[in-house]
Every structure is written in C-alpha cells, then in structure tokens.
Design a protein around this ligand. Structure first.
Ligand SMILES: *Cc1c(COP(=O)(O)O)cnc(C)c1O
Length: 351
C-alpha cells in the first residue's frame, strides 16, 4: 500500500466531551481509483480537499454510496472495530444496485486496518465516544450524459465522534410521517446510496422545526406500515415480544439491527421480524402493551424513543423513559464494542 506522509499533523481535540458528530477529521485518508475496468492500489495520504471538475457525474446524478462503522480503543490501547466485514459486504450490495463496480472486500478491509493503525491516537476513549469510519464510492467521470460512470473514487475518512444526538441518550421524539416518502419497493431504500438522504431532508427539516428529533417513515404505498427512522432501524416491545419491521426491500438492512436481533435471541427474548402497522403500535400504546420503542444504528447505537406524534396526536412510550430492554441492549452492544463485555459472537476485529 502506498503511503504519503503528511508534513505536519493536526492538533487532536482536547475535550472529548465536545466532539459532536462528524465535525473533525483525522490526519490521513485512504483513496483508491477505478479506471479502465479495474481498481487501482489503495493509497493512504494526508487528509484534505480534492479538486473535481464541476461536470463530475456524482454532482449531477448522485451515483454514490457510503458506509458507516466505528472503531474503539480500550485501556490497553487495543483498537477494536465492530463487524467491519459486514459493512464492506453491504457496500458491495449497494454498489450492485447503483451500477458501481464491486470492490475487493479484503483489499479495503486491509486498507482500513492500516489506516486505523496510523490514526490510532485519534480514537477517543471517553464513554460514548468512538472513531467514526466513513467509506464511500463516488462516480468521477466528467460527462453530463446519464450513464453509469466508468471511473470511480473509493475513499475512507475518519472522524472522532461523541454522541449522535446533542441530548445524548435521552429518549427521542419522533414524528410519524404520513405524507413524504423515503423509499419504495424496487427503489433504492435498501441500498446505502447518497441520494436516499437528499430525498429525506425535507421531511426531516419540517419535523425538526416542530421540535422532533427524527421522522418515523411509513411504507410508500399505503402509509400504513412502519419502515424505519432517519438513519436507524426501528424496534418495538409489544406485550413482551420484540418486533421489528421485516426487510421488505425499502428498508436499510442495518448491522446494528442484525446484531440486536442476534443478541436479544441469544438472551432468550422472542424477536419477530414482520410487517408492523402504525395502527398496531398506536393501539398497543393505548391499551398499555407498548412497553418500549427504540432505534438501532451505528451512529447512535441504540436510541430510546420517548414519544411519537401521529396525525396530530401524541403518544408517550414507557412514560417517556428508556425501557429495560433498550438499556440492556445499549449496555451490551457498547460493552462488546469497547471490550467491557466478552465478545461471544466474535464480532470485534482487534488490531
Ligand atoms: C445506515 C442506516 C441505518 C443503520 O444501519 P447500521 O448498519 O446499523 O448502521 C438504518 N437506516 C438507514 C436509512 C441507514 O442509512
């Protein structure tokens, strides 16, 4: 792997409690170019702006995909990455949907590990912090014709992060969106493509203006079934059963979702993946059987839901407090990630 040394390293953030999310970037990035039908060699080089022609494909037609995962460091200085091979597998599935060439998962994993070894000192260790890893692929041809590109840039950038929400682990307020649509079956909802986020901004902005943290999306066809939250998959605990919307094609297959299902089942909880209608959730809230609701995703890990608004009415979940299963899951996943708990499933790659 090619390595280009930086002339000068940056100052690392002094106060780990004020990191926020995705605002600071490390000294190096990894880049790899696709041209003439093949990927070139990965290069680790100083982090910094890159110049692009304004006719570059990705700027016009959003042919681009990304991933998000985290690395941690324990007291012994050991670097721990949570299920990274799952992210690159999913990246290839997203690539397939967006006509982007497949990457060699082993090459990019090795590249990521090299980059992390160099940037080890950037990994924060305060509770709730991590080094967020953002791999992406963008189409880089200079052309305005609407075609899949023939040139691409794969890159990985790193950002030390604190908690995703400014209010930390406090239960979130969700607005159930019954007009705008994020994804449809046959569309790109199950691919982590950059356009999905542009599509969701308007509903997010309107919800934020009304004082909500996130939008809870319903299915595009009937506006009847729960799909997911902005960047999290959704779980409900109804009458002791954990239910999560089945991956019907318009829902992003989250790695935190998958890990949560595996952990809950191994712990003896009944977990069902099925269609969940918003009416069922509201009914359960009304008759007192909606015990908990939470979202799962790399950025926020496990995020309790304290209330939902649907068609102008407010529904409080678990008295607006974090539920026991939500808390157990948060502690268990973050425990495995940071090394506080035993990694029985072999999910963590140690460097
Ligand atoms: C990335 C993402 C998630 C969460 O996936 P994880 O692999 O758990 O981080 C959920 N929903 C959407 C729309 C996403 O983009």
């Amino acid at each position: 792997m090619k390595f280009i040394k930086a002339e000068k390293l940056k100052e690392k953030p002094a106060d780990q409690s004020k990191l926020g999310f995705g605002k600071i970037f490390t000294d190096y990035m990894l880049t790899m170019k696709y041209k003439d039908g093949k990927w070139g060699e990965p290069v680790i080089e100083p982090y910094g702006p890159v110049e692009f022609d304004l006719a570059t494909t990705v700027f016009h037609y959003a042919q681009g995909i990304f991933e998000g995962l985290k690395a941690f460091k324990n007291d012994k200085g050991e670097v721990r990455v949570f299920r990274p091979e799952e992210n690159f597998k999913r990246m290839n599935r997203s690539a397939e949907r967006m006509c982007i060439p497949q990457i060699d998962e082993k090459v990019v994993l090795d590249g990521l590990f090299e980059l992390l070894k160099i940037e080890k000192d950037w990994i924060p260790t305060a509770p709730g912090t991590a080094l967020y890893i953002r791999p992406s692929i963008i189409a880089t041809n200079v052309q305005l014709g609407v075609h899949a590109a023939t040139e691409y840039l794969f890159f990985i950038i790193l950002s030390p992060v604190g908690s995703y929400y400014a209010h930390g682990l406090a239960p979130t307020r969700l607005l159930v969106e019954d007009y705008y649509t994020r994804a449809t079956i046959g569309g790109t909802g199950e691919s982590k493509c950059i356009a999905n986020y542009a599509v969701s901004l308007k509903a997010g902005e309107e919800a934020e203006k009304k004082g909500f943290d996130q939008v809870l999306w319903l299915d595009a066809n009937e506006k009847k079934y729960v799909e997911e939250v902005g960047s999290m998959n959704m779980f409900f605990v109804i009458g002791g059963e954990v239910v999560t919307p089945a991956l019907v094609g318009s829902i992003l297959p989250g790695i935190t979702r998958k890990s949560s299902i595996e952990l809950l089942r191994a712990h003896g909880y009944k977990v069902t993946e099925r269609r969940v209608s918003i009416d069922e959730v509201i009914e359960a809230q009304k008759n007192g059987t909606l015990d908990e609701a939470f979202g799962t995703g790399t950025a926020a890990v496990i995020s309790p839901v304290g209330m939902m608004e649907y068609k102008g009415a407010d529904y409080v979940v678990n008295g607006g407090k974090m539920g026991d299963i939500t808390k157990w899951l948060y502690d268990t996943i973050t425990g495995i990630q940071t090394g506080r708990l035993e990694d029985k499933f072999g999910w963590v790659v140690k460097l």
